[in-house]
Design a protein around this ligand. Structure first.
Ligand code: ATP
Length: 302
C-alpha cells in the first residue's frame, strides 16, 4: 500500500467577484511508496505547499483523488497517524514548549506524557529552553519545536514543509539525523525543501514540480546518475599527444574529457598520454547532482 496516492489533482484558488482563479496544481499524479524518504522540489510558486496542504486535507482539491495511509486525509484516524510541520508556524507566544506539546498531543488524540515530551524536546535540542516562553524563541528554535510537535505519537507519515528554515548549519545536521532515524524506524518521510543538498542527503526518491505539474519523478540514484564521462586536467604541454591518446577538448583550457564506462579504457588513455609526456593534475567524474537535474528539467519545461 502506498503511503500517498494522488491521481489527477487539480487546485484552482478562487478569487472574489468571479475573477479568474489561480491554478496552482494542474493534474498531478504521484505515488509515494510506504517507508521511503520522498523529496518534493521545484521553483517558487510551483505548487509544492498547495500539494502538501491537499494531501493533508487542509486545502480542498478542485478535482482529483487523494489517498493517504490507505484512507482519506479528512479521516481523523488517518490524521492522527500523520506528523506535519507547516511552512508557516503559528505558535502561542505566551506558552512554554511542554504546554504546547501537551495541547498538540491532546488534539491528536494521544495521552499526554510529560516524560516523553521532555525526551522529544531534548531530541530536537530544546532541553535548555523548556521553561522559557515560546514568544522569546528564535526562528530556528520555533522550527525545532514544530518538528517536536510533528514527531509526537511516532507518526507513520511525516510531512515537513521547509523543516530546516532558520536552523543553523550544525542544527541542520542534527535535524537530518532525526529524519534519518525516523525513516529507519519505518516512517514515510515527505519533505519539501529548497535546500537541494538536504534533499539529496535524506531522500531516496524525488519529484520535481513546476507550474503545477510533476515534471520528473523517480529514484534519486537514477535521476542524478553519474555519467560515464571523465574530466581530466593536464599541465600545459603536448596537446597533440593528449588528443592522440583519446581525450577531447572540453572548452576549458587544459581540461579534456573522455567517455569511458570501463575504467580500463580510462587508464589506457591516461597511460598513453603520460608516456607521451603529459602531466596529470586532476581527474574527476562528470556527475549530475540534483541541482543540475533540476536546472535541466526546468530548462526543458521552459
Ligand atoms: N491561498 C491562496 N490563494 C490564492 N493563490 C494562492 C494561495 N496559495 C497559493 N496560491 C498560489 O498558488 C501557486 C502555488 O503556490 P504554492 O505556495 O503552493 O507554491 P510553492 O511551490 O509552495 O512556492 P514556494 O516555494 O514559494 O513556497 C502560486 O501561484 C501562489 O501564488
Amino acid at each position: 500500500m502506498p503511503a500517498i496516492e494522488v491521481v489527477g489533482l487539480h487546485k484552482v484558488y478562487r478569487r472574489a467577484f468571479g475573477r479568474r482563479g489561480q491554478e496552482a496544481l494542474r493534474g498531478v499524479n504521484l505515488t509515494v511508496p510506504e517507508g521511503c524518504a520522498f523529496g518534493l522540489i521545484g521553483p517558487n510558486g510551483a505548487g509544492k505547499t498547495t500539494f502538501i496542504k491537499s494531501i493533508l486535507g487542509i486545502v480542498q482539491p478542485t478535482a482529483g483523488a487523494v489517498r493517504v495511509l490507505g484512507g482519506s486525509p479528512e479521516d481523523p484516524r488517518i490524521r492522527a497517524r500523520i506528523g506535519y510541520l507547516p511552512e508557516r508556524l503559528h505558535l502561542p507566544g505566551s506558552w512554554t514548549a511542554p504546554a504546547f506539546l501537551r495541547t498538540v498531543a491532546q488534539l491528536k488524540g494521544l495521552v499526554p506524557d510529560a516524560a516523553q515530551h521532555r525526551r522529544l524536546l531534548e531530541r530536537v535540542g530544546l532541553e535548555a529552553a523548556q521553561g522559557r516562553r515560546i514568544g522569546g524563541y528564535s526562528k530556528g528554535m520555533r522550527q525545532r519545536l514544530g518538528l517536536a510537535a510533528a514527531l509526537l505519537g511516532a507518526p507513520a507519515l511525516l510531512v515537513l514543509d521547509e523543516p530546516t528554515d532558520g536552523i543553523d548549519p550544525l542544527g541542520r545536521v542534527e535535524v537530518r539525523g532525526i529524519l534519518q532515524e525516523e525513516v529507519r524506524r519505518g516512517t514515510t518521510l515527505f519533505l519539501n525543501s529548497h535546500l537541494l543538498a538536504e534533499t539529496e542527503r535524506v531522500c531516496d526518491r524525488v519529484a520535481i514540480l513546476a507550474n503545477g505539474r510533476v515534471m520528473r519523478e523517480g529514484r534519486l540514484d537514477e535521476l542524478a546518475r553519474p555519467r560515464p564521462r571523465w574530466m581530466v586536467r593536464f599541465a600545459p604541454g603536448p596537446e597533440e599527444a593528449v588528443l592522440a591518446s583519446g581525450f577531447q577538448r572540453s572548452g576549458t583550457e587544459g581540461v579534456y574529457q573522455l567517455e569511458a564506462e570501463d575504467p580500463v579504457v580510462l587508464n589506457s588513455a591516461l597511460d598513453r598520454a603520460r608516456a607521451a609526456g603529459a602531466l596529470l593534475l586532476e581527474l574527476k567524474r562528470d556527475g549530475q547532482d540534483l541541482e543540475s537535474v533540476l536546472a535541466s528539467t526546468l530548462g526543458e519545461a521552459a
